[in-house]
Design a protein around this ligand. Sequence first.
Ligand code: DGL
Length: 264
Amino acid sequence: MNKPIGIFDSGIGGLTVAKAIKSALPNEQIIYFGDTKHLPYGDKSKDTLVNYSLQIVDFLISKGVKAIVIACNSASAMAFEEVKEYSKIPVYNVIDPIVDYIELHKDISSNVGLIATKATVNSKVYSSKIENCCVGVKTSSLATPLLVPMIEEGFHDDKISSTIISNYLGDKTLRGIDTLILGCTHYPLIENEIDNYYEGKVNILNSANIVAWKIKTLLTKSELLNKEECVGEDHFYVSDYTPSFEKTANIIFSDKINLEKVIL
Ligand code: DGL
């Protein structure tokens, strides 16, 4: 179907998913919305996240999208059911593909750590879904709220990021894990630093790639894929303009992106 895919997050995090979707599905056009005005989502209540998500869904539908990806773990944890019920087009979250992945690989992932926002950790969505489908797999979750502002402000591969990251990963909650879920779509941007901390000894799950491949399968099944070469340009919208968003987006997409501010 020759229509765009709508993707949203609180900020630049969902761009990691958008980029992975673009690599897996180069024929698809993307309409991205970063709710930078309301960032961070990770400390908001369920009612607030449902409210923001439904407004964004209305906006994306007004742009003619054929499916929506909630490229944010916090909104996926808090608002997926409501968005799915509200929207008349398919909606995908970023949590279920990871749970499916763990189920398939439970022989090598029996002690799974999760780092995520407070909203995602407190929702217990990951731990309850994993415990339901993967008997014997232990999960330990740690809220890491400083990581999103740190990444949005452009701190990575430096002293500040290394201090914050090692402080969190050294927490006793994560002791002994064999697998670490990056349970926030911002975190793939610091994946190398996390991998360096563990010296490659912990299997790091970068949700962006896993989610993109799952979405490819789901869109293929629903016969929603664009069979011709993509002609429409990708569009990126933000609810508040920040130079750091544009800079990171240009780096991630190795190109100058079409960025516009919209008031919902
Ligand atoms: N990238 C988001 C997530 O996956 C939101 C982070 C935030 O805004 O706190 O949870």
